[in-house]
Design a protein around this ligand. Sequence first.
Ligand code: AMP
Ligand code: FES
Ligand code: ZN
Length: 338
Amino acid sequence: MSGMKCRRCKAPAVVEIRRHNASFCRDCFVRHVQEQVKRAIGAYDMFGPKDRLLVAVSGGKDSLALWDVLLELGYRASGLYVGLGIGEYSSRSAELVRAFARARSAELIEVDLASEYGFDIPTAGARGSRSTCAVCGLSKRYVFNRAALEHGSDVIVTGHNLDDEAATLLGNTLRWQTDYIARQCPILPAEAGLVKKVKPLYRLSELETAAYAFLRGIDYVVEECPLVAGNTQLRYKEAMDQLEATSPGTKAQFFLSYLERGAPLFARQDEADLRPCGSCGQPTTGRFCAFCRARAQVTGTRLEEPVAPTTPEAEARELASELAGEVLPVEIYGRAGA
Ligand code: AMP
Ligand code: FES
Ligand code: ZN
């Protein structure tokens, strides 16, 4: 970095973004990140200043950086932390999220899976028929939606970044999951019983969110979740990182050009009809939603009808339509190595 100058103000630079072929000083970099978020919000008309935002925060750099940017921009943004019960990793994340909220006097909603729903993620992974990441992803999405409905939030905001989206698109493309590809959009509109979801970090890489968090003094959990080691999504990320190392800009080109030129070519398929889950009332295509079925299986309780085992393909189809437009990373619709 020595000798490099900020692209905007010519002060000594502290961050270099190779894909933009640009360097920034601290203040101009913070502004760059804010501008990318504003651009994302504007491009998809994600929300406005009157909307009540529910920012899902994991304690990691992306979601905390995002919450910080949104608060700085003056949005009405509450946080939502879901306690997954993953030992030290979860307790540390919870502490950091609480400290962040306290320091900014921001509202934080906490939902603990074990105390509210009777199971934690390690148990669900060990006992249920789904992989740990699958049941984790499905539980988080479920809790996000329920919490947003209960708190009257207008939109659920998640911290998925450019690296996440590029890796998911790579996975979906390698398998030609055209229906998932068609849904890989930074905004999913609200529909019956499902709150609108948006991903305002889709234009920013992991390196940028990490640099932002560092420069803003945000304390975040650095470790990855201990349960994801070796997961397929992670391998796709590594593959994208290798391409990026030799050709900076590959990830952005792949994902942002997809949005611009690829997405219109993939027509959205009709969503299945949603109706209230017979147990919890959340939208589902079946009689009971995937969350309630997973929960019954893991806690050994019975829904009114037996929890029938299903093929991974049938389950993937059901989950996809149930989450109405949610793009599923490969971990959720296919098992590693399958
Ligand atoms: P992941 O699925 O872990 O890649 O996380 C994607 C996004 O989901 C994060 O950027 C957060 O917005 C949200 N998220 C993940 N874990 C949690 C959690 N435990 N509580 C609340 N939000 C979360
Ligand atoms: Fe979901 Fe680790 S955070 S499996
Ligand atoms: Zn249910």
